[in-house]
Write a protein that binds this ligand. Structure first.
Ligand code: DC
Length: 235
């Protein structure tokens, strides 16, 4: 096994729970890298749609995944957050399109694609000093992660947060529609046959319904410092 320089911090949880915000805060505070693995499923969904592929054609979508040149590079000044590039193009904007959000669960249900992307994720994280978030990081990608977090919040709270975000950005928002979309995404993630969203038995479960993102990040950092003292690791 590769000797890791720092910890692998794996984080899972449902859509819209704040994993990226919290993961970014934790990574920045530790001087680690952060990656949101949902971006990889979204990037492939976007490219498959652009190429006019049938997303139900598992073979074709897997072939596309294997044909792409995947890179993960920081774009922020601190160099913390790794962003997905395919064939040399950053796809941060494109992968937030509605058609991608709606169709990404089809690609995420493709067993070959999951194996392929899980391997990319393991390669990225094997050196350590990384916070990685998604749906199956604690259970499938890094079942041996040094720290496992399951971040949760009620669907209503997640819908409210999204509603407030959109309003604050001056955009139209319908709270009931947002809640319905969140419930649908939860169902897709929980009912998926391969690598569904579930709590790892040894994960620290944090319900963020009544907490700010900074409070959640502090909780995680406290746990990491406690663990680092106990086993003599950490920085
Ligand atoms: O986190 P997100 O909603 O941007 O993720 C996009 C899609 O990818 C969504 O359908 C969930 C799926 N996903 C997954 O199956 N496994 C992961 N590790 C990350 C995301």
């Amino acid at each position: 096994m590769t000797r890791r320089k720092g910890l692998v911090i794996a984080m899972d949880g449902p859509a819209g729970v704040g994993k990226s915000t919290v993961g970014g805060l934790v990574a920045k505070s530790l001087g680690y890298k952060f990656i949101n693995t949902g971006e990889m499923y979204r990037a492939l969904t976007w490219k498959a749609l652009e190429d006019g592929l049938d997303l139900n054609d598992n073979e074709a979508v897997l072939l596309l995944a294997k044909s792409l040149d995947w890179e993960f590079k920081p774009v922020d000044d601190a160099g913390t957050t790794l962003k997905t590039f395919i064939n040399g193009t950053g796809v941060t904007q494109q992968i937030r399109e509605e058609r991608v959000s709606v169709n990404s669960s089809l690609v995420a249900g493709n067993p070959g694609v999951r194996r392929f992307l899980s391997k990319l994720q393991r390669d990225l994280g094997e050196g350590g000093s990384i916070v990685m978030e998604g749906r199956d990081i604690t259970t499938n990608v890094f079942p041996d992660a040094d720290v496992k977090i399951y971040l949760d919040a009620s669907p209503e709270e997640r819908a409210d947060r999204r509603y407030r975000q959109l309003k604050a950005a001056g955009q139209e928002a319908d709270r009931d529609k947002i809640l319905a979309a969140i419930l649908k995404r939860d169902l897709n993630d929980l009912k998926r046959e391969i690598n569904p969203l579930k709590q790892a038995p040894d994960a620290l479960v944090i319900d963020s319904t009544k907490l700010t993102m900074h409070q959640v990040a502090d909780k995680i950092l406290r746990r990491i410092r406690k663990g680092a003292k106990a086993n003599g690791r950490g920085k």
